[in-house]
Every structure is written in C-alpha cells, then in structure tokens.
Ligand binder design. Structure first.
Ligand code: LLP
Length: 431
C-alpha cells in the first residue's frame, strides 16, 4: 500500500487509520474528507523531535496552514508544540479561535492589505514575514502609529530552482514572492528595514518551492542564505538571529514516488548549516522551517460514491463520482497524480477509467487512467489517497456544490472536525 495507514480488511474493503472506509462513508455520507489524527501528530513529531535533536531549543517548525486550515488542525499543532505560518486574516482568525497562541504565528503573504496589516498588529501576531518594500513601509507606519515595535523576518529570493512544477516554484529570481538577491534589491531591503524604529528585524526568510524531492535543494539554499547573512554582517553589522528556509518536502502520491526520509534530510541540512556558519564566522541563527504538505498529506483520504459508470467502446471508460474539482482541483490545476482505490472490494478483473467529477466542465477529472474493478457500478465507494494537503483548503463551491465535511479519525473512533456545508450555507451570504 501507498502508506501504512491504508490497508485492506479480510473482506477486501478498505481500512484507513484502522477504520472501515465504507462504514465511515455510511455514517458521515459522501463526499467525505477523512483525516488520520495519529498520522498528523506523528508527522508533527518527526519535525519537533528532529529539530530538538539537531538544534536543542534553537529551532521551531511552523505548520503551514495553507495546506489544511481548520480549527482542529491548529489545536493539534498547538498541542504538538509547533508554530504556524498563516497567509491571511482568515487563517489567523481560524487559528486564534482554536486557542492558538498569537506569539507563535508568522504572518506571510505577498499581497497584505492595509486592513490585513492592522488586523495582525491588533491581534499581536508574533512575526510578520515581510514580502516587499511596499508592505515594509506600510507596516512600519502602522506599527509606529500604534506605538508598537513589530518583530519581522524579511523574505528574500535566493535564486534557487527547486525542480518542482512551475506553479509552485517560488525560489527563482523572477517569481512574485520576496525580494531578489541577485539584483541587489534584497540588500537594500534589509538596509531600509533596519532604519525603521517601529520594526525589529529578527532575520530572513526564503521558500524555494513545494513538492521538493531534490536532495540538495535546502543545502544549496543555505549556501546562498549564509553568504547573504555574511554580506549583511559585513555591510552593516547585522546579525541574522532567525533563519527560516520555508517548507516544501515532497510526499508520495503514487507507489512509484520516492520516499523522503525527512529526519535524515533535516539532519543533513542542520550539519550543513552549522558548517557554513562556522566557516563564515557567524552566529548560528534560530532555525525555522514551514512544512505543510508533509504534515497533513498522507493523513488524508477522500471518499466518494459512484454516480455513474460510462463506457464508450473503443474510446474511454469513466467513473463519475459525487464530488470533483470542487473538493480536489489539483489534477485540473497541476496535473497532480493520485492513487485511486475501490473502497468496498478488490476484484480479479480491472478496467482503466478516468475518475470524473460532477462539475459541468470536461476538465473536471480527479485522475485519468485509474485501475478499478471491471464491475464498478453506481453506489460503490471510491477512495482517493493522500488528499490531506491542499484539498479541503483549495475547495470551492463551483456549481454551488456544498463542501464536504472533514472527519478526524482517532484511536477511539472519529469526530467531525468540519461539518458538511448545507444548501442553506450556500445562500447564507446572498442578499
Ligand atoms: N512556506 C511558504 C512560504 C509557502 O509558500 C508554502 C507553500 C509552504 C511554506 C508550505 O509548503 P509545503 O511544505 O506544503 O510544500 N497548492 C499547491 C501547493 C502550493 C504551495 C504554496 N506554498 C498544491 O496543491 O500542490
């Protein structure tokens, strides 16, 4: 199986986190997002424990809430001792309303509005990760007006190509995030920030991309960042107290995908960082990373019910389900691969189908060319694996489809983390 939280029962039906998927579908209805709480906690600990081993108290993993943002996740992140990366007042509000401490929130984003800046200042968010000079100036003014000194990290672009898919590459010089080093703009950005009395410049941030598999991407990033730290130190005596190298470790969507040993990778990054820091005569900064996908992706599974099976002889077979690009837009957007399983049974004979959604759009395909039993029929349950990241958080109401609930699976059973949207919810904002 793709992940050790997915198994088959003796009758061939699917188990997720040890629980019967068809039974959960019956209990909660479909489409249905399942999340394995034990797996989320395990993934959090993979980061917290390895960080502690490598840096003692000198490091903190931040959960990147964009991967999946709802209260239960933030409660778990809090209990597991992580900070969070939030990109909007919406994510911040969700976290705060779940009791997440404001001091451990890092506020991201390349398009923060005046209202966003004010909101985050008023709520005493720990750190702003400032993306650009416009934001820097506005934040400095606003903090000064409020009589505050706001802690910030400055986002710079190291010019690293993470060899991931283009839409999620964020490290090269020409991306819309951060301030590029290559052009000299990043140096000036730091210099300007240091002149602002209402800001306390704690350090630097960069993020080169998501779904990163290349072994040396973070080491290469650290080379560039530590050189820049040395340049800043030489230029104006600036000591980078905090270094945040972003998120990005890839996960397995298919059996053929590589497995990344994240603790091993972190150990290697830590060793590399310490060597570079020593060689350059710098102070070891407090170390941060912002994993999103690798915390929640393999903790998720989406379950659907088949609405129709369409066989066009000589052309194509479709299995049409009761969800679609509204709950998982990642294939239409990124051609993202997924493992698709029949949730009720295994079968001696299989056919190849496109798994199609119910939206009025030909591109509404969850996954093309998947192997499912030849006798797949209306009413059967289909599971799409590894949907814990960027599925619920990217869901929409296209075609006025209500968003599915999120059900958290625990050792003792299950609970509703997000309830299913109703038809009334869909018109709740309409005047
Ligand atoms: N930090 C920053 C600044 C980011 O932009 C991201 C992701 C992360 C951390 C978390 O990266 P992760 O560990 O999850 O790879 N919607 C796309 C992914 C977009 C990633 C955006 N930024 C997808 O579905 O693949």
């Amino acid at each position: 199986m793709l992940s050790d939280n997915i198994q088959r029962a003796s009758d061939g039906s699917l188990l997720f986190a040890g629980q019967s998927v068809p039974a959960l579908a019956k209990q909660y209805g479909t489409p249905l997002y399942l999340m394995d709480e034990g797996r989320i906690r395990h993934n959090c600990r993979m980061y917290t424990e390895t960080f502690r081993e490598c840096f003692g108290d000198g490091a903190l993993p931040l959960y990147a809430g964009k991967a999946a943002s709802f209260r239960a996740i933030y409660r778990i992140a809090k209990e597991e001792g992580l900070g969070i990366d939030a990109v909007s007042p919406g994510e911040i509000h969700t976290a705060l309303s779940a009791g997440f401490p404001a001091a451990k929130i890092f506020f991201h984003g390349d398009g923060k509005t005046d209202a966003d800046i004010r909101y985050a200042l008023e709520h005493r968010i720990g750190y702003f990760i400032v993306d650009n000079p416009d934001e820097l100036n506005r934040l400095a003014e606003e903090a000064s007006r409020m009589g505050m000194v706001q802690k910030v990290l400055l986002r710079v672009t190291p010019g690293i190509d993470p060899h991931t898919y283009k839409a999620i590459n964020t490290g090269t010089v020409d991306v819309k995030f951060g301030v590029p080093m290559e052009t000299g703009q990043a140096y000036a950005f730091v210099q300007d920030a240091l002149c602002m009395p209402s800001l306390s410049v704690c350090g630097l941030h960069c993020h080169v991309g998501s779904e990163v598999f290349d072994e040396t991407v973070f080491e290469d990033t650290i080379d560039v960042m530590t050189d820049f730290m040395a340049q800043l130190h030489k230029g104006f005596g600036f000591v980078t107290e905090m270094l945040n190298v972003g998120g990005g470790y890839g996960v397995r969507y298919l059996e053929t995908d590589k497995h990344i040993d994240i603790p091993e990778r972190i150990r290697s990054v830590a060793t590399h960082l310490k060597q570079r820091i020593e060689a350059l005569g710098l102070k070891l900064p407090f170390f941060l990373m912002e994993p999103g996908r690798s915390i929640v992706a393999d903790a998720g599974m989406t379950v659907y019910t088949v609405s129709s099976v369409k066989r066009i002889p000589g052309y194509k077979y479709y299995v049409v389900i009761d969800g679609g690009m509204t709950d998982n837009p990642r294939f239409p957007l990124y051609s993202a691969p997924y493992t698709v399983l029949h949730a009720d049974r295994e079968a001696p004979f299989y056919a190849v189908y496109d798994l199609a959604g119910r939206c009025c759009e030909s591109g509404d395909i969850i996954q093309p060319a998947v192997k499912l039993p030849i006798d797949t029929k209306r009413g059967d349950h289909i599971a799409v694996c590894t949907t814990g990241a960027y599925n619920y958080s990217m869901a929409s109401n296209y075609n006025r489809l209500p968003r599915p609930p999120v059900v958290m699976l625990t050792e003792d059973g299950s609970y509703l983390a997000v309830r299913r949207e109703t038809l009334e919810d869909l018109v709740a904002l309409d005047q």
